[in-house]
Every structure is written in C-alpha cells, then in structure tokens.
Design a protein around this ligand. Structure first.
Ligand code: HEM
Length: 507
C-alpha cells in the first residue's frame, strides 16, 4: 500500500523525455553554480527531473538540511545502487553499512579517531611532511629561483603514507618513490580522461546497476583498484594479527586506527567484526582518508599560490615557532589564521561535493524559508514519500551567495574571524563543522574529521614555513575539475590532474 505522495515542487523543466536533465547534470562543469541558480529561481527546496521519469529533491534550506542529516540512517539511507557500487569498490565496511550494522561498525572504529588517538598520531603527519621537505630541499638546492613541482602528486604521497602508517602501521614508502598496485591504480584514475560516454554510463549505472558490469575503461580501473586494495588489506590484517600474537611492534600497532580496531574486535563482543569487515574498513580508510586529504591539501596550495598576501600572513603566524613545530594542542587552538585558511579551503573546495540519499519511510521535512508550489500554495514543510531521492548539494551550499553573502565564491580566510565572533549571515543556521557540511553532520558525519584537520594543519605548517608557492604563469591561472574518485583540481591545459607550481625555499 502506498503512503502519502511527495509534495509536488517547482524546479527546472526537463529537456529530454528519456534522460530528464541527466545529460546536463553530467556535462556541466560547475554543477554547484547550476544548483545555486535553480535555488534562486525555485526556492531552497526544488525538484530536478532525471532519467526515465525519476526525480530528486534538492535542499539548500538550512533547517531542512539539519533535519535531513540528523535523520540519516533512520529515514535517509544511501541508495541501493550507491551501496552496490560502494560494495564493489570498498567492500562491506562502514561506508557501505546501514542500520544496526553501521551502528556497530561505527562504535568499533570510533576510539581510533578520538582526541587522544589523534594527538598521538600528529607526529606521523609531521614525519611525512618532513620527508617531503628533505626531498624538495635537495631538488631545489641548485636553483636560486625555485623549481616547477607538480604538487598534487606530492600531496598524494603525503596523504597515502600518512594514512598507511596512522591507519594501519603500514608504510607505503610512496614519498620514497616506491610504487605499488594501489598507487598504480590511483594514478591511472587520475590520468585517465573520462569520455562523455563513460561519464554518462557511470551516472546511468547508479540507476541501472547492471551497467557496472560493462567493462568500460573507467569501470576496469575501479575493479583493478579494488583488487589491489584487497591484496594489501588482507596482508595488513594478517601482519597485524601475527604482530599482536607475537607481541611484536605492539606499541606501534596499538596507535594506528586498525590496531585499536583489532583490539576491540577480540575483547568486546558488542563491537565484534568479521575478518571481511576488518578488511573492508582498511579499504574504506585508505580511500576515505587518502583522496579527500590529498585533494584538500592541493587546493590549499593552489589558493595560497593565488593569494600571496594570505600566504605571507600565514607564514608570519607560523614564524612564532622558529624551527620547532606546533604541538597538536597548538595546532588546534593557538593558530587562528591557519585554522581560518583550512576552514576556507574546506568551504570553497569540499572534496565530497554532494550527498544523495533515498527515504526508506515517509517523512516531513521542515523548511526555514517557505517555498511556493506549482499550484501557488506557500508551504513551510514538504512531504517526502518513501523511495524519494533527496540531494544536499554541499559545494553549492558552501558557496551560496544567499547563505554566505555576495563574496561567497571568493577565497577569504578572514571571514572566519567574523564567523567565529558573531555570525550574522543566513549561513549561521547551517549545522556541521563551523556551519560547513563538508564533513556532513549527524550520525554518519565524517569519522576522520579530527584526523584530517590535524594532517592538514601539520602539513601546511611545515610546507608554508619552508617554501613559497606561486603559479608559473601568474595568479590568474585557470583551473578545472578532473573526475577521479573525488573531483580533483587540474590546471587548464594539463593532461590529467596536474597542478605544477613554482616552489622556492622560504628565506
Ligand atoms: C578533508 C578531508 C575529509 C573530508 C572532507 C571528509 C568528508 C567525509 C564525508 C562527506 C563523509 C560522509 C560520506 C557519506 O557517507 O556519503 C565522510 C565519511 C567518512 N570519513 Fe571522511 N573526510 C575526510 C577525511 C577523512 C579521513 C582522513 C578519514 C580517515 C582516516 C576519514 C574517514 C571517514 C569514515 C570512516 C567515514 C564513514 C563514516 C560513516 O559512514 O559513519 N575521512 N567523510
């Protein structure tokens, strides 16, 4: 028996009876700007026609978004097709799980991400960045004017080695130039240019999962990545186990996220995980912790290269530590400008640009700002029928002029001084990390938030104190998006996700 129907909302008209607006959604280079335009025209809750008569409800209203994220797991879940895709790539770990299985897995993983755990892991982030500093120092030794360095690749190296060691006591030695099946698969994904057909197949496969079995070059890369991650994950599982049994490297193992996880697995039945689940968590950590942070760090260097005055101000703030490094506590609370730069990078360039969910039961979503329906009725809540797709366009929300003011698209770390003192903008109604939904919110909010923030801050503090970053062709250099696992920046004209910067040693 069908429950109440969804409220009919206004929204952009379909351009194709078969594809709805799917083709436009795939072809548009800046989807967040389109979502913003539609929100300005149709209000902060509207609907978008998709392929084969499907549609999705798009929310930019802060009250609606707070409700949406708080109702994750109980009302809003990942779509079956998303889960099938996640299962194929990541396995059945925490990103795949829903309901009680998710609750149990999250409980088991949580201690690995506590304040105390991250405080202990901060030295790992410093070690990785200093390794890079030593290598760059050697590369730049003979030049007075700096050298051109493709920084995205180096941020990948910091991020992969850091998650390997801090996640499961495994050193990939990627900073040392060592390649592996994992690095090869990630690299191939970054270089591969996605054809329109391949992108369209990918989008359609979320509606028609059988398309995932068609071996497009992109799908083959995903399968290869999964295969290579599994080999590593199983070896790590076995190693950690034998280390634990023989009490070898116990201290190191215990400090990594997976060390704590394995400990929980043997001692607490409530959070018991199968070997398959543990292997899947390693895959998840690798993917969730690697791409997001390396992309975020790359964007940070891009923005600093585009804004030399901001880079100088940050360098000045960091100078107070001389040649020493800020402790974890200092990184967290004694470097307001570093904090502002990091928050601004996460606002303007959220590594995961949107959240798509499906309602597993009927729901009523409250609205802070009423919308007008096609029949002219003014409503302050919308009915959402079981089975409806709901989208939170994070990147659009973070950059929305209606929420963040007319300078919303600009990179201005100084705005955070105001935001933290007294937020006057409509964005103050947004929940999440300092009004940002970049890490989501609610019961499925990013578990690695503290990990990511500590890594960002430690890495940037070392990089900015020691090096100066510039665009070889000036700050007006244009960038575009390259679709890897998450969207990556690339300088226009480069093949693949490349960001070459001129790097000089800071005096
Ligand atoms: C800037 C860096 C990062 C950003 C922006 C970010 C963002 C997110 C987002 C948006 C989600 C929700 C995904 C979804 O359910 O659709 C998520 C989940 C998650 N993240 Fe992060 N993440 C970052 C770094 C990390 C790191 C470094 C780790 C681990 C070391 C991590 C571990 C996780 C885990 C385990 C989940 C699943 C949580 C759950 O489903 O309950 N993340 N992250």
């Amino acid at each position: 028996q069908r429950g109440p129907r969804s409220t009919k909302l206004n929204g952009p008209p379909s351009t194709s009876r078969i594809l709805g607006l799917s083709r436009e959604l795939v072809q548009t280079s800046d989807m967040s700007a389109v979502y913003e335009e539609w929100a300005a025209r149709y209000g902060p809750a509207y609907e978008v026609p998709l392929a084969f008569g499907a549609k999705k409800i798009v929310l930019t209203d802060p009250k609606a978004l707070a409700h949406f994220y708080q109702s994750e797991r109980s009302v809003y879940v990942k779509t079956e097709n998303d889960r099938l895709f996640i299962d194929k790539i990541f396995g059945r770990g925490i990103v795949w799980a829903e309901g009680d299985v998710h609750k149990r897995q999250r409980k088991a993983l949580t201690p690995g991400f506590s304040n105390a755990a991250i405080r202990r892991l901060t030295s790992v982030f410093y070690d990785s960045t200093y390794k890079l500093k030593t290598l760059w120092d050697t590369m730049l030794e003979t030049t007075s004017d700096g050298g051109i360095i493709e920084v995205q690749e180096w941020m990948n190296r910091i991020a992969l080695d850091s998650i390997g060691i801090a996640g499961f006591s495994h050193d990939f030695h990627y900073l040392d130039g060592q390649n592996s099946a994992v690095t090869a698969a990630f690299k191939a994904l970054q270089i591969a240019e996605t054809s329109f057909l391949s992108k369209l197949m990918f989008i359609l496969s979320l509606t028609f999962p059988f398309l995932m079995n068609i071996p497009t070059p992109r799908m083959r890369l995903f399968w290869e990545l999964r295969r290579s991650l599994n080999v590593i994950a199983e070896r790590l599982y076995a190693n950690t186990r034998s280390e634990k049994d023989g009490d070898v490297a116990e201290e190191l193992t215990d400090q990594s996220v997976i060390g704590l996880l394995l400990k929980a697995e043997v001692s607490d039945a409530e959070v018991y995980m199968t070997q398959e689940e543990v292997v899947a968590q390693i895959n998840v950590l690798l993917l969730a912790g690697y791409e997001t942070t390396s992309v975020g760090l790359t964007w940070a260097l891009i923005e600093l290269a585009k804004h030399p005055e901001i880079q100088d101000e940050l360098r000045k703030e960091l100078a107070q530590f001389g040649s020493g490094d800020p402790s974890w506590d200092q990184l967290v609370s004694e470097l307001p400008f570093l904090d502002a730069v990091v928050l601004e990078v996460l606002r303007v360039h959220p590594p995961i640009p949107e959240t798509l969910r499906e309602a597993i039961q009927d729901d009523i979503i409250p609205l802070g700002t009423p919308v007008v329906t096609p029949s002219g009725e003014v409503i302050s809540s919308i009915a959402v029928a079981k089975g409806s797709a709901v989208l939170a366009p994070i990147r659009c929300i973070n950059r929305s002029e209606a929420l963040w003011g007319p300078d919303a698209k600009e990179f201005k770390p100084e705005r955070w001084v105001e935001v933290k003192k007294e937020m006057k903008l409509p964005a103050k109604e947004l929940q999440g990390h300092h009004h940002l939904l970049t890490f989501h919110d609610g019961p499925r909010t990013c578990l690695g938030k503290l990990f990511a923030l500590a890594e960002f801050k430690a890495a940037l503090s070392v990089l900015v104190r020691n090096f100066v970053f510039e665009f070889p062709d000036g700050p007006e250099t244009q960038l575009e998006t390259h679709m890897a696992i998450v969207p990556r920046p690339k300088v226009v004209g480069q093949t693949g996700a490349k960001v070459p910067l001129r790097v000089r040693r800071a005096e």
